[in-house]
Ligand binder design. Structure first.
Ligand SMILES: *[C@@H]1O[C@H](CO)[C@@H](O)[C@H](O)[C@H]1NC(C)=O
Ligand SMILES: *[C@@H]1O[C@H](CO)[C@@H](O)[C@H](O)[C@H]1NC(C)=O
Ligand SMILES: *[C@@H]1O[C@H](CO)[C@@H](O)[C@H](O)[C@H]1NC(C)=O
Ligand SMILES: *[C@@H]1O[C@H](CO)[C@@H](O)[C@H](O)[C@H]1NC(C)=O
Ligand SMILES: *[C@@H]1O[C@H](CO)[C@@H](O)[C@H](O)[C@H]1NC(C)=O
Ligand SMILES: *[C@@H]1O[C@H](CO)[C@@H](O)[C@H](O)[C@H]1NC(C)=O
Ligand SMILES: *[C@@H]1O[C@H](CO)[C@@H](O)[C@H](O)[C@H]1NC(C)=O
Ligand SMILES: [Fe+2]
Length: 432
């Protein structure tokens, strides 16, 4: 467009910078209410009034649509509006590669694809990449993750809180840039999340609006199944930002108890023996800082002052196999632990039939807050520590074996830690 500057301009056409774009960006997917439902989300600068996904196995013959994309303005700013689109594809054919594009008659994205899992979930053993604390700047793990996802190495991603640093900043533009950065991952495999402390601003509004997790809790706590694994995402942050309501702590606690009750019914645990919980703030860590679990008890572990709503006891009682945390910008693997007591399987094979949940802390994906170092002496419950940038791979082998690896980005993808979690039976630890 041409803007002639001159005296006449003061009286006639104001020369404003008004952009218009209906082209979808920030495309990302997540699981719906079952593994054959995929929720597709994207943003447009301007309103397209409707949100369409054209998709299919051999072409774009199918169509799913929703109306009224959500107008979103980063609160507390004069940032411009954008529109957030959300469409769920249902009853997808198992074990198929789908292609899709998103948009409306006003403009379409390029084409993306995803795979659906097989019909028999009892013999589908998922492979995931897992990390927390990945920012816009210094996202050290991002290139390798983009490459590995494109090469089909993973079925899904778990991003264990703390995105962009922070999504609300620069009137939300930092969130937009981050969501564009992860599109080469998140448009191809379900990008499953939980909220971290960096999502807190304005009652987690950026997190709640930008991600479309299953359940009706705006992604604050929810569960989903992948093959023989039941995943549970929890918000550790509801314990730390009580200004948004104590009721969130209570609601999550009650929901969690019910979810674990169902997941551990004899029939369900036979179908899906593995239960994996992920949340942002670790219950244990040995980092050298003065504000986290090194110096004070984590409230998600011990509960609010007075001991209410602590979660460690519940995870122990229901026999949760693996707990995944982030928040510390490092990687730490713990020996099986309950209430500071190490409860190894056996001395030689601590992770074979452990007598308590196994924890890992994997918050080293890379962000502008760089590393968190460790205290000099590792506590007896700490099995391995690394301050390299990197992420975790979780490969389920079958109903008794899970393999975990820690990838170092500093060492060009070298695996710096790995272990097998082996369980012949999956029961409440209180029964052992
Ligand atoms: C498109 O969005 C921009 C930014 O919010 C706004 O300035 C512009 O007026 C919009 N244009 C149309 C045609 O809606
Ligand atoms: C938003 O605009 C109003 C009016 O121009 C101004 O007073 C206010 O400081 C602006 N707020 C921010 C966060 O930029
Ligand atoms: C914060 O968001 C939660 C979840 O949407 C809602 O239940 C709660 O009432 C909100 N709290 C405040 C103070 O707005
Ligand atoms: C088994 O899990 C499903 C959800 O996956 C739940 O709806 C059902 O109630 C559970 N069964 C039992 C007996 O709790
Ligand atoms: C747990 O196993 C590890 C590795 O074998 C060992 O170093 C540690 O002492 C064991 N702890 C207990 C309490 O058995
Ligand atoms: C821990 O942090 C303190 C204060 O920053 C520093 O003086 C000390 O050297 C650190 N210790 C280790 C082992 O990094
Ligand atoms: C489960 O996987 C492990 C590791 O690959 C293997 O050693 C074991 O034999 C498998 N068990 C069954 C029952 O297939
Ligand atoms: Fe954090």
């Amino acid at each position: 467009m041409m803007c002639y500057l001159g005296l006449w301009y003061l009286f006639f056409v104001p020369c404003t910078l008004a952009y218009v774009s209906y082209v979808p960006e920030q495309v990302h997917i997540s699981y719906g209410e079952n593994p054959w439902e995929i929720t597709v989300m994207w943003n447009t600068l301007n309103n397209t009034w409707t949100s369409v996904v054209e998709y299919g196995i051999n072409g774009l013959a199918l169509r799913a649509e929703s109306k009224h994309p959500k107008k979103f303005i980063s609160p507390g700013t004069n940032g411009s509006a954008q529109f957030i689109h959300r469409v769920t594809l249902k009853k997808l054919t198992p074990d198929s590669k789908y292609i899709y594009h998103v948009g409306s008659i006003l403009g379409w994205s390029e084409e993306f694809s995803f795979r659906t899992p097989p019909e028999d979930q009892t013999t589908w053993y998922p492979r995931l990449a897992i990390y927390g604390d990945m920012g816009n700047e210094n996202a050290k793990s991002l290139p390798r993750l983009q490459q590995e996802v494109q090469r089909g190495k993973y079925d899904a991603i778990l991003h264990v809180g703390d995105f962009a640093y922070d999504m609300y900043m620069d009137a939300g533009e930092r969130g937009n840039v981050f969501m564009r950065q992860i599109q080469p991952i998140a448009a191809y495999v379900p990008y499953m999340t939980c909220a971290g402390n960096h999502e807190e601003k304005f009652n987690f509004t950026h997190y709640r609006n930008r991600f479309g997790m299953p359940g009706n809790t705006e992604g604050l706590f929810f569960s989903f199944n992948m093959g023989n694994v039941h995943f549970i995402s929890v918000s550790t942050e509801v314990y730390y930002f009580l200004q948004y309501g104590l009721k969130m702590v209570v609601k999550q606690y009650e929901w969690l108890e019910k979810d674990l009750q169902e997941a551990t019914s004899p029939q369900n645990r036979t179908l899906r023996p593995w239960i994996v919980v992920f949340g942002h703030r670790p219950m244990y860590c040995s980092n050298n800082n003065t504000d986290d679990c090194t110096y004070m008890e984590t409230m998600t572990r011990v509960g609010l002052p007075g001991g209410f709503f602590g979660l460690e006891e519940m995870f122990y009682r229901y026999g949760v196999d693996l707990l995944i945390w982030a928040h510390e910008h490092s990687y730490e693997r713990l020996w099986p632990i309950y209430d500071y007591k190490v409860l190894n399987g056996s001395y030689e094979a601590p992770y074979t039939n452990p007598k308590a949940p196994v924890h890992i802390v994997t918050g080293s994906a890379g962000c502008r807050e760089i590393h968190d170092n460790f205290k000099g002496n590792a506590p007896a419950w700490s099995g391995f520590r690394s301050t390299h940038y990197g992420y975790t791979r979780m490969n389920v082998a079958n109903n008794t074996h899970i393999h975990l690896e820690q990838v170092s980005v500093d060492l060009e993808g070298m695996v710096v830690d790995q272990f097998w979690l082996i369980k012949e039976t999956h029961t409440a630890f209180t029964q052992l």
